[in-house]
Design a protein around this ligand. Structure first.
Ligand code: IVH
Length: 667
């Protein structure tokens, strides 16, 4: 029976909401922008055709999802709007007609700019100093990512001749070469790759440790204003010029044009030029330039009527899908992969593409033998996005979800749209878990890459992760390309890993949702594996950045019998189960990376304060500068206090300092 319109609508809503959450909240989208735009459009069209069914909370009524809990959430002084999209020159023409009509005979000039595929931010300067940086969040409120933004090289921390209060709106991106280098490093370390530069930038801005952010060469480009009462700018073209006069990063490529012909020519020119830009450009933004005209045109609740985005078609190609294979992830999630007849796409040869999950396959009715469209919209892993039904052959075969794990034959469970192998002995999972355990970011075992792990497991030398420590050189020598020397080296590498700090071991266990940063926080908080293992949910939520859901995941992980066996084995092998002195001292205390200056008379010797600041990860210097984070001011503080005030540096009394220092999560 075919679904009723209400059922179809419910399904569409659910889909769009899920992808919104994946994109906005979790920063791990599953589908390309183009695929999302199509889905979103389907929803818009459906709502237009069935106004009676309209859900007041439909995603089409708002800009995005809710911000994460872990950063402070702050309301935007002026909401951050989104843009409406167009996909054809015809639609673009309709936009220009609407503008002309609503301007009642006034003629309009346009600014044409690249649409940067990055992460939208709002940066606030007061008295010429950068005081705040927010993500867009849901458009009304965003995450306070000031510390992370301050690490961006091309973003000045202070600017001369700015109005007293001014907010710039723009896009943070990771330049293409840096993105490629970051992924190469992640691949070497066995860490998951970022699908595209935008995800890499979003993932980076969401890191809670700004020192980590600083290691990645993010950049920003400004194209708009938020709250800016004293700005004398009168048009978008004027703003571009002002931005560059202030020495702020703006668009080098922009055009000032008139009329439909001028707009179209600029949009086409941009399509040619965009390949040279350091950032990914997925479209052109067309803006009515004069601010007084923008005001006349106004906005809907989602987007301005004076601007529109024109999206360039993503790179696509058609080819034959000749088989489906499966990948089993570390936690058992099964991803169907399309094996394709090789085809050229964005300059590379593509022979595999993700099919995401079995619901997607069913929804698109993809079959083996079909001609399919593959797309690579900035992503490294191409995706199958559609089927060419006209070319379907009779012998095409439907793709049925496997009844058992394709690697180990174990039982499968359905979780949301995914199938998961629940077997504890799945060889596919074991390989991924071992790879994760050994990679450079975790236990850092030299020589234990993907190939070696595959050989060890396939030869039956390791059946459970903990058996890695029972390996000896003898049996290894039988493996391909393994001599006596390399076997000994590998064993030495494995043995050396026993002495790694606790956080690496915790990270290496592969607890769902626990990355390196969280593993460090857990090590610091519990200081031993035994304490972490026994922790109740109520204890776990005490740890910085651990919410209820993550706490429950961790709790359950430690209640599984396979975890008990694993930990027993690791302990017996002599792995380090206790936090090391240096882990507790410097790594990420409450003052991690913060620069202090101490002044005035305090109730204890300065050295005592210095030592405490250092033990909580901070540093102390003698003089106040723009780089100072805190001034600890005792009684009768003098010129340093004045200077700190002038620079807007946070000033702490002894009591405030005690409060902050005491709030560290250490026992
Ligand atoms: S103007 C009120 N200009 O695209 C106007 N946005 O799809 C709001 N974007 O949220 C945005 N390049 O993150 C504007 N030159 C540009 C842009 C741009 C990229 C992003 C921005 C916005 C999204 C809308």
């Amino acid at each position: 029976m075919s679904p009723t319109p209400a059922q179809r609508y419910a399904k569409l809503l659910e889909e769009v909401r899920r992808h919104d959450r994946l994109y906005y909240v979790e920063a791990r989208p599953e589908i390309s922008d183009a695929a999302y735009d199509r889905l979103y459009r389907e929803l818009l069209d459906f709502e237009k055709a069935h106004p009676g069914l309209m859900d007041e909370n439909s995603p089409t009524k708002k800009v995005g999802g809710a911000p994460l809990d872990s950063f402070r959430t702050i309301r935007h002084a002026v909401p951050m709007q989104s843009l409406n999209n167009t996909y054809s020159e015809e639609e673009l023409g309709e936009f220009l007609d609407r503008v002309a009509k609503n301007l009642h005979g006034q003629s309009a000039e346009f600014a044409i700019e690249p649409k940067v595929d990055g992460v939208a931010v709002s940066v606030r300067y007061e008295h010429g100093r950068l005081v705040q940086g927010l993500t867009r969040g849901d458009g009304e409120k965003g995450d306070d990512i000031t510390e992370n933004l301050k690490t961006i090289r091309n973003l000045p921390l202070s600017v001369d001749d700015l109005p007293k209060v001014i907010e710039f709106r723009g896009e943070v991106y990771l330049p293409e070469p840096a993105f490629a280098a970051l992924n190469r490093a992640r691949e070497r370390a066995g860490e998951p790759l970022f699908a595209n530069p935008r995800n890499a930038a979003a993932g980076t801005l969401k890191l809670l440790d700004s020192r980590e952010v600083a290691k990645r060469p993010l950049a920003v480009v400004f194209y708009g204003l938020g709250e800016a009462p004293g700005a004398k700018t009168t048009s978008q073209v004027d703003l571009h010029q002002q931005i560059s006069k202030w020495g702020l990063p703006g668009h080098e490529w922009f055009r000032h044009v008139k009329g439909a012909d001028g707009v179209l020519a600029a949009v086409r020119q941009l399509d040619k030029d965009r390949a040279r830009f350091p950032f990914a450009t997925d479209g052109a933004v067309i803006k009515v330039s004069r601010f007084d005209q923008q005001k006349i045109l106004g906005s809907t609740d989602k987007a301005p009527r004076w601007a529109i985005a024109y999206k360039y078609a993503p790179e696509q190609a058609e080819t034959r899908l000749h088989a489906v294979t499966y990948q089993v992830g570390r936690t058992g999630v099964i991803t169907p992969v399309a094996e394709l007849d090789p085809v050229q796409l964005s300059g590379t040869t593509v022979s595999r593409a993700t099919l995401h999950n079995f619901e997607e396959i069913a929804r698109k009715d993809i079959r083996v033998g079909d001609f399919v469209t593959v797309e690579k919209a900035g992503e490294i892993i191409p995706a199958v996005i559609a089927v060419n039904l006209k070319k379907r052959l009779k012998e095409s075969k439907p793709i049925r979800p496997p009844a058992q794990c394709p690697v180990c034959g174990g039982p499968l469970r359905k979780e949301e749209v995914f199938l998961r192998c629940t077997s504890r002995d799945c060889v596919g999972q074991l390989k991924r878990r071992l790879q994760h355990f050994a990679h450079r970011g975790a236990m850092d075992i030299e020589g234990m890459g993907e190939v070696m792990v595959g050989q060890l497991v396939d030869a039956g030398l390791i059946q459970h992760l903990e058996e890695i420590y029972e390996l000896s050189a003898g049996p290894l020598e039988g493996l391909e390309r393994m001599g006596e020397k390399s076997a000994t080296n590998l064993i030495e590498g494995i043995q050396a890993s026993k002495r790694r700090p606790l956080w690496r071991l915790i990270f290496g266990l592969g607890i769902p949702q626990v990355g390196a940063v969280l593993a460090e926080a857990l090590a610091r908080h519990f200081q031993s594996m035994e304490k972490l293992e026994k922790a109740e949910v109520a204890d776990l939520v005490q740890v910085k950045d651990v919410g209820q859901k993550v706490a429950e995941e961790i709790f359950h992980f430690f209640r599984e019998s396979s975890t008990h066996r694993l930990l027993r084995g690791l302990k017996k092998a002599g792995c380090n189960f206790h936090a090391l002195e240096e882990e507790l001292a410097v790594r990420g205390g409450v003052f991690s990376g913060k620069k202090f200056v101490i002044t005035g008379t305090l109730h204890a010797p300065r050295e005592d304060f210095t030592r405490r600041i250092q033990s909580l990860g901070g540093s102390v210097s003698g003089s106040v500068s723009a780089k100072t984070d805190y001034l600890l001011a005792g009684e009768e503080a003098g010129s340093k206090l004045d200077k700190a005030k002038a620079l807007g540096i946070r000033i702490l009394s002894e009591r405030e300092f005690e409060k902050l220092a005491g709030s560290d999560s250490r026992e």
